[in-house]
Design a protein around this ligand. Structure first.
Ligand code: ADP
Length: 291
């Protein structure tokens, strides 16, 4: 199995994903009924505890219920240390819950082997990071195709098509240092879509971008979600909250409004009303013929 683990980790690195070496501490509850709605991804009663050097373990996620529907854009906000990265890692199958249940589509992915988890992550989840995680010596098209590096066949054409849809058709052979911040983030989004994920997880996706570029990236996310992808972004950026269909708050590991229908509908309407007043109609959709 060590060979599998090595290959899995190499694939993670190739795809620009962080790996978390924390060991799984399985203790699944076994009593939840998750298959009760049309969710792209769901957590029920998820607890994540980290050991803390002999003292009380840190409870990073405390009985978290969360779900996102296909085509929904959810922003997760909360102070530093509140568990946002842990939530993304658990949703993205980069780390496992200590207890509770996890579902991807209608598949229970609470307890998977390393190889199964890597496969599920590759097939269903895209990642976008604040600092892009592009490989500096590869061109844009090579970066976008990188998650398919261990697959048979050549994904260069698909990668080029995705880049063209993000307005980077004339930058295919540029390396990251020849691209602006917004262009790099578009390459990263294109890369996150190369395997047609059901769920796109974004960690501070506008954090290093100026407001105009951040808005352009959020407009891209709107087109991605129009393709039926559930987009979940951890953020401190009020602009992301403005674009989100739902904002959920994470404080000290406790998530509020994690399930669709739980958040304040008036707050959502106010946010969208304010945003839509200043915007034009969305542009052409991306990803229509992904795959
Ligand atoms: P955020 O992303 O909101 O800043 P994190 O998910 O990184 O929060 O962290 C939540 C809590 O879990 C913090 O108290 C943090 O110190 C702790 N934590 C995160 N990762 C680990 C780890 N690998 N080992 C021990 N404690 C951790």
């Amino acid at each position: 199995m060590s060979r599998n683990r090595t290959t899995d980790e190499a694939e993670d690195l190739a795809a620009g994903r962080a790996t978390n070496g924390a060991a799984a501490d399985w203790e699944t509850s076994g009593d939840s009924n998750l298959a009760d709605d049309d969710y792209a991804v769901a957590l029920r009663g998820v607890v994540k505890r980290y050991p803390s050097g002999g003292g009380e373990p840190v409870v990073a996620l405390d009985d978290v219920d969360f779900a996102a529907r296909p085509g929904e854009f959810v922003a997760v906000v909360g102070p530093s240390g509140s568990g946002k990265s842990t939530l993304l890692n658990v949703l993205g199958l980069l780390d496992d819950p200590t207890s509770g249940r996890r579902l991807l589509g209608d598949t229970d992915v609470t307890s998977l082997s390393v190889a199964e988890r890597t496969r599920a992550r590759k097939e269903s989840i895209g990642f976008v990071f604040q600092d892009f995680h592009l490989l500096p010596t590869l061109t844009a098209v090579e970066n976008v195709a990188m998650p398919t590096a261990f697959d048979p066949g050549d994904a260069s054409d698909r990668a080029a098509n995705l880049l063209a849809r993000f307005g980077l058709g004339d930058r295919l052979d540029h390396e990251p240092n020849e691209l602006s911040g917004g262009q790099k983030q578009r390459v990263a989004i294109a890369r996150s879509l190369i395997n047609e994920p059901a769920v796109l997880l974004a960690d501070e996706p506008t954090g290093n971008l100026d407001t105009d570029t951040g808005e352009a990236i959020l407009a891209e996310f709107e087109r991605v979600k129009a393709e039926g992808v559930a987009v979940i972004a951890v953020t401190h950026d009020p602009l992301v909250e403005e674009y989100a269909d739902r904002v959920v708050d994470l404080t000290d590991g406790v998530l509020t409004g994690g399930l669709p229908g739980e958040s304040d509908p008036h707050a959502d309407a106010d946010r969208r009303g304010g945003r839509d007043a200043g915007r034009t109609a969305p542009g052409p959709q991306v990803g229509g013929d992904r795959g």
